[in-house]
Design a protein around this ligand. Sequence first.
Ligand code: ATP
Ligand code: MG
Length: 317
Amino acid sequence: MSGIWTEKYRPKELSEIQGQDEIISKVKYFLENKNMPHLMFTGPAGTGKSSLSLVIVKKLYNEAWRDNYLELNASDERGIDVVRQKVKDFARTKSISEKFKIIFLDEADALTRDAQQALRRTMENFTKTCRFILSCNYSSKIIDPIQSRCVVFRFKKLNFEAAEKIIKNIAEKEGLSMDEKAINALYTASEGDCRRMINILQACSSTKEITDEKIYSISKSAHPAEIKSILTLAISGNFLASRERLLDLMLKQSLSGMDLVKAIQKEIPNLDIEERIKLKLIEKCGDIEFHLVEGSDEFIQLESFLASFSLAGTKAK
Ligand SMILES: Nc1ncnc2c1ncn2[C@@H]1O[C@H](COP(=O)(O)OP(=O)(O)OP(=O)(O)O)[C@@H](O)[C@H]1O
Ligand SMILES: [Mg+2]
């Protein structure tokens, strides 16, 4: 069996794709009728877009799926001309046994507007013999004439219930022991990205006992309780102590400034302070993140962030 769990546990049936129920019920209808329009799959990474596309072709064509399926990536630097040539070659021969072939174009939002116009014409030219499935993270980057030619499916980040089913299934098959705390930690660390979730789980699986501590350290996310206590220290006016603990956390777990800003941002709503101050701090979070992206010194930025918490705390008193 393949070594990488995201492949090993890639859904083979529609019923194994979790958390996208509306989309699945529509796809079921297409499969029953052995027909479908052009599709556009849009949504965050690791939510099942490529997986669903594979399930569709395998269900439509069974063993012959490889002859009827072309997978391309639009962000290949060779550009739209190569895409068009490949589509032409593939589409020229009509499928022997089937009404149409399927072309899956990943990262369609990487194409420039001009390239998308060219793609639109290609889609039109081969509509008789081919159906396109375009996949992208941001539908707003796809030009309207393409969107209007497709049925658009919006994939959602996995909710906890869906994630839990996937985690429990893998844990059972791999003989891992995981308590609720560990499952929660894994879900939090992966932010609804199933690929990331399964990768973290596999990275933790050198021993069969999976704890939340292990997940936080492997996923490079700080333990929420630890972050909360650091922030609470700062708010209560203990600026120096909080600064020390933050530095310690950064070094011990080798977290980057950005990892920490994200972790802090997640904890702000849980702090015991006025709503108005929370909003101010969340706003500040945006500033800090921006400075970090621009390449500012991580520790100075975080220190100034902690200072805002301390100031907010003194004002509140
Ligand atoms: N909805 C889901 N249900 C079950 N497993 C999923 C789901 N989404 C993703 N996975 C798991 O995560 C892996 C990656 O998913 P997939 O390749 O389908 O993501 P994607 O949406 O195409 O992401 P990207 O935008 O990065 O291409 C799959 O192999 C599968 O194991
Ligand atoms: Mg994909």
